[in-house]
Design a protein around this ligand. Structure first.
Ligand code: ZN
Length: 382
């Protein structure tokens, strides 16, 4: 892409009001600590990411896209009427769990609809050509939400609904959803399990959450067989292992699928500091994954790329990763220095950053063996 890339940013202060309630660890009384531990899905995460984008001049070079409040009709592209009614009922009282570990507070339905509507607005802006790419810095996240219940901090399945809008409203025939959140995107997988028009690729820590989802042999069914690509990776896989996954699996599969739009479910909980997972990605790893997806988008679909926020729970680090993703999308301003790793560039010399571990190599081999049934792929990882 020769000309300057126009990149949109969806953000709304109301995202910070999504209330997850008490901590999920040791919530039984009596509370074991003098100071309560905040719920991991805290407003600090996206709030700090936005601050970093502001302080480093990233946000000012992005086009602000206001989120919409997703309608019943839009949410019904995936969710059942019974579930929408349940969320509305909880929201009208003092809140509660929308399913399995996905709490909202009073009035939380509107914030969740703004999150889904933020991702829809980003897709609208990209599909109409107002911008080339967009970052939807939304909250609550979406990729665990099932048709009939919330799960894992997720209320509405933001990426699923936005992909359906791209197809139904904007005429996209094929949409790629690449999910690099460290957990498996079970809601997205379930939505497109038998659908060959949406390719779902998930990179995640093997057998982490939800249990039973995301095994390498879960490939879709019927017409959709081969259009769900699960790449479970062992704990500790870092930048080096992920680089090989993008080169040997994500890039060739995505190009053969040839999408009209790419949506990235971007959780920054694969970071080396995350309390809820055991991956070893650094800021540089998130930059590299962003470049990889931009390269595919440029090759396949005129750069059309929507990044939507999922998880990421290290308050001291995940915001830097999110801001670095946005900075990579929009590019550096004149004379600007890139956002640096707050804990120093020495992370780039840790083993997982420079070499592929044996366990990771075996996992990549297994994924290649399965995916070779559906896609033209090289014989062995590098
Ligand atoms: Zn996650």
């Amino acid at each position: 892409m020769d000309r300057e890339r126009r990149v949109g940013l969806v953000f709304d202060d109301r995202y910070l009001t999504h209330n997850t309630g008490l901590d999920l660890i040791d919530r039984a009384a009596p509370y074991p600590f003098a100071e309560p531990i905040a719920h991991p899905s805290s407003p600090i995460l996206v709030g700090r990411a936005k601050h970093l984008m502001d302080f480093h001049g990233v946000a000012e070079r992005m086009t602000r896209i206001p989120p919409i409040v997703a309608s019943n009709e839009q949410l019904s592209l995936y969710h059942t009427p019974e579930y929408l009614a349940r969320v509305a009922d909880l929201s009208a009282t003092t809140g509660g769990d929308t399913g399995e570990g996905a709490p909202i507070g009073q009035g939380g339905d509107r914030v969740a609809r703004l999150a889904a509507g933020g991702t829809i607005a980003a897709v609208d802006a990209v599909m109409t050509g107002d911008v080339d790419a967009a970052y939807a810095l939304v909250r609550p996240p979406g990729h665990h939400a099932m048709a009939s219940q919330g799960m894992g901090f997720c209320i509405y399945s933001n990426a699923v609904i936005a992909a359906r809008v791209a197809q139904r409203v904007h005429g996209a025939e094929r949409v790629l959803i690449l999910d690099w959140d460290v957990h498996h995107g079970n809601g997205t997988q379930a939505a497109f399990w038998s659908d060959p028009t949406v390719l779902f690729i998930s990179l995640h820590q093997d057998d982490l959450y939800p249990v039973g989802w995301g095994a390498v042999d879960q490939v879709g069914i019927a017409e959709g067989e081969g259009f769900t690509v699960n790449i479970p990776l062992p704990a500790g896989t870092g930048n080096a292992g992920y680089r090989v996954v993008y080169e040997k699996l994500v890039d060739p599969i995505a190009r053969q699928f040839d999408p009209d739009l790419i949506i990235v479910s971007a959780g920054q909980d694969g970071s080396v500091f995350d309390p809820l997972a055991r991956m070893s990605l650094t800021l540089a790893g998130f930059r590299a994954m962003t470049v990889a997806m931009m390269t595919i988008a440029d090759a396949c679909c005129a750069g059309r790329l929507v990044v939507t926020q999922e998880g990421g729970y290290a308050p001291q680090y995940a915001p830097y990763c999110s801001a670095a993703v946005a900075e990579t999308l929009v590019g550096l301003g004149p004379g600007a220095a890139p956002i640096g790793d707050p804990y120093g560039e020495r992370a780039e010399t840790q083993p997982a950053s420079v070499e592929v571990g044996l366990d990771a190599a075996h996992a990549i081999d297994r994924a290649l063996a399965v995916q070779r049934r559906y896609w033209r792929l090289e014989a062995t990882p590098g």
